[in-house]
Design a protein. Structure first.
Length: 331
């Protein structure tokens, strides 16, 4: 019969083995080193070949990663189409995702990977790696992307609407939304910095110009008057304009730089959520620190925030699946 001390040692050993076993399922750099050694190079080569032909896809793919991670974690659920097996309208059709682009791009990457190593690389990892590589190839920051995510099988439009912070968010709702995903106020500021590249459509901010708080003719007082006049005269000439696109960082929307933060401090952030960042002493202080610092420092800190975001509620180990096609769950 084992003595108490032996049982104690055995218990400790079991606990340690349990810890080792649970950590095995966590994300790690070069997760596919043995199962698909060329995976990350295949993704990078595809991105580096295609994005220079369509650079506007870079911010779109970065946005896709953000929208994916904020609903059920970074599990590729944003990619799913409605089918009889999904049993509900998927995230794609939710209002926040109706302007997402790049789904066919992800499908192209998946096809290249399936030709090399079928059923190995998840769509969730593809989204995360493509977002990073697309930003890098356009001259933006690099960040580490640990892999090993598995794909979710559930995608619900109502969850996208509930979890993705809209551009009309105030500071309180932004803080609550990000905190619910394990992200702090510094992460909020840094990730908002992604607005330094790309464009938006008028409905995302036109209420600030024409009927702020539902009052027709009222302008958002937090928006610089001169900038508001330019937007009304040259861009969104009507509150019913649903097609015109506007640079989020005018004059610098193709460069990943500090211009966005400079504009926010001048009350020229395009969205209410941008202006909200200056209503908190904490977030405004972070913005001032970034503006007064170097681009290299912003790149480094943005990378840390992106890596943190990419780990939200991930499925690893035996959870989820590795989809054969990113738009549909496996049969």
């Amino acid at each position: 019969m084992a003595k108490f001390g032996d049982l104690g040692n055995l218990l400790v050993l079991c606990i340690l083995l349990g810890i080792v076993g649970s950590s095995y399922g966590q994300l790690q750099l070069n997760f596919y080193a043995k199962s698909c050694p060329q995976a990350e190079k295949i993704i990078q080569d595809y991105v580096y070949k295609q994005i220079p032909k369509a650079p506007s896809l870079a911010p779109a793919l970065l946005r896709m990663h953000f929208h994916d991670c904020f609903v059920r974690g970074c599990d590729g659920s944003v990619l799913l189409n409605f089918t009889s097996s999904t049993k509900n309208q998927t995230e794609k059709v939710a209002v926040p995702n109706q302007t997402l682009r790049g789904f066919s791009f992800i499908d192209g990457v998946k096809k290249a990977l399936e030709a090399e190593c079928p059923g190995v690389v998840s769509c969730a990892d593809i989204v995360a790696l493509v977002a990073r590589d697309s930003v890098v190839v356009t001259g933006g920051p690099y960040w580490k992307v640990p892999t090993g995510r598995r794909d979710g099988r559930i995608s619900n439009a109502s969850e996208a609407l509930a979890n993705i912070p809209p551009p009309t968010s105030n500071f309180s709702s932004l803080q609550t939304s990000f905190a619910s995903k394990g992200l702090d106020l510094k992460d909020l500021v840094l990730l908002s910095g992604a607005h330094t590249i790309g464009v938006s459509h008028c409905p995302s901010f036109s209420s600030r110009l024409y009927n702020f708080t539902g009052v027709w003719g009222k302008k958002d007082p937090s928006l610089d008057s001169e900038y508001a006049a330019i937007l009304k005269m040259k861009k969104c000439k009507s509150i019913n304009d649903n097609t015109t696109i506007v640079e989020m960082d005018p004059g610098s929307s193709s460069k990943f730089d500090l211009s966005y933060f400079q504009l926010v401090l001048k009350r020229r952030g395009l969205f209410q959520s941008d202006a909200a960042l200056t209503t908190s002493a904490t977030t405004k202080s972070f913005i001032n620190q970034l503006v007064q610092g170097s681009l290299e420092q912003f790149y480094a800190e943005f990378g840390v925030a992106m890596e943190k975001m990419g780990k939200i509620e991930v499925k690893t180990g035996s959870a989820g699946e590795i989809r054969k096609h990113c738009a549909v769950v496996n049969s």
